[in-house]
Design a protein around this ligand. Structure first.
Ligand code: ATP
Ligand code: MG
Length: 382
């Protein structure tokens, strides 16, 4: 069992930089957890505390059931992969991968005495493991090359191999793909997921890229200014963001936010944004908040061209009119920039649309997928 737990973890740098603020997070054994959030939100600091490279100001860090605050990094049985992984430039790929194992198994010095029978067995064992991992990561062909003779993506795989070969209890990865070009990033992303399935090692993966977080994480923890905002499965976070920050951070193009007021007519509640009214589901607490100011959130992908046959039929309640300012073709769809009175909206529209820039058009809003936020706390109302 090697889950990782942050219990009331706070890290203060200097007098007043609260890099991580009372973080409580349980990462399960074998789980792939993604820590995501904008630059400076405390992701790296949180990871470094697990590694033991940074001391917590307050709180407990557990690996398995053991409190590790006072355990030195080398005894925590973790492996870390950084954005700027440093390979040993004078060693070939094989030795780069084997180095940590030799250090651990043979305590460095005894490596020189490898002719001793015990050392020979260990050497063979290391050889088997290095080759196994190299095969897994498809770098067998390069075992005798130096790092400078490899592409960025190949080097990245060597760095991963070096971490994996040790079979640690926990993997810590800090933006390990950010130096790769877009195509290689997608490919290595898939490789990492496959590796995780194969090895089943608890992994904490840090990124500021919401797509990476959505596609890789079994669960994702979203941070902002040192504070945990929400932790859940990607689909749940997408569908039920806890607050306006999470709602705007997850999803692309970002959710539309429209200031409005709750009203009620004949027992049915709606949110009035001036230009149009959107019904509020009866089971939403906002339905009983007539007169309150709220923020209405609608994702671009929940807005449809009303002239196209879709899975939602147009009704007076779900249809809005807006002027199409700009239509951006993406191939499989258009990103439409709309104006509705004082509001600007973004919608992603099927490429079968006949609408034209500069024209008025009718749009359907998926009423099951609207979001409402409190104007003061910005927390979701539901
Ligand atoms: N050694 C340090 N001394 C002082 N402040 C620090 C130190 N390390 C980090 N900080 C501050 O702590 C906060 C969190 O930093 P951290 O590196 O954890 O952010 P991050 O989420 O990893 O950001 P990025 O996505 O840019 O890597 C930032 O405000 C940063 O300036
Ligand atoms: Mg960082």
């Amino acid at each position: 069992m090697a889950g990782v737990a942050f219990k009331n973890i706070t890290k203060v740098f200097g007098k007043d930089v609260r890099a991580v603020d009372n973080l409580n997070l349980d990462i399960r054994d074998k789980e792939f957890m993604v820590l995501v959030g904008p630059s400076g939100c405390g992701k790296t600091t949180a990871l470094r505390m697990v590694a033991g490279l940074e001391e917590a100001t307050d709180g407990d860090i557990l690996i398995g059931d053991v409190r590790v605050n006072d355990v030195p990094p080398k005894d925590r049985d973790i492996a870390m992969v950084f954005q700027n992984y440093a390979l040993y430039p004078h060693m070939n790929v094989y030795d780069n991968i084997a180095f940590g194992l030799r250090l651990r198994e043979l305590k460095g010095f005894f490596w020189q005495l490898a002719h001793l029978s015990d050392a020979k067995r260990i050497k063979q064992d290391i050889d088997t493991r290095v080759r196994e991992v190299a095969r897994m990561l498809d770098i067998e062909k390069y075992l005798l090359r130096r790092p400078k003779e490899l592409s960025g993506g190949q080097r990245q795989r060597v760095a991963l191999a070096r971490a994996i070969v040790r079979k640690p209890k926990v993997f810590l990865m800090d933006e390990p793909l950010s130096n790769l070009d877009a195509k290689l990033r997608v490919q290595t992303r898939a490789e990492l997921i496959r590796l995780h399935r194969q090895l089943g090692i608890t992994t904490i993966y840090v990124t500021h890229d919401q797509v990476e977080a959505m596609t890789m994480g079994q669960r994702m923890a979203i941070m902002r200014d040192g504070l945990l905002q929400q932790c859940d499965e990607p689909e749940k976070v997408y569908r039920y963001p806890a607050n306006r920050f999470v709602a705007s951070f997850i999803g692309s193009p970002p959710m539309n936010f429209l200031p409005g007021k709750i009203g009620a007519e004949g027992g049915a509640a709606f949110v009035d944004v001036g230009e149009f009214k959107i019904p509020v589901p009866a089971d939403n607490p906002a339905a009983k908040m007539a007169g309150s100011d709220v923020i209405l959130g609608i994702r671009p992908e929940d807005i449809y061209d009303a002239e196209l046959q879709g899975h939602i039929a147009p009704t007076p309640q779900n249809t809005i009119c807006a002027k199409v300012d700009v239509l951006e073709p993406l191939g499989h769809e258009y990103v439409a920039y709309l104006g509705a009175g004082q509001h600007s909206l973004i919608a992603t529209i099927s490429n079968e649309t006949k609408m034209k820039e500069g024209q008025e058009a009718r749009f359907i809003v998926d009423l099951d997928r609207i979001h409402l936020f409190d104007v003061t706390t910005e927390n979701a109302i539901r």
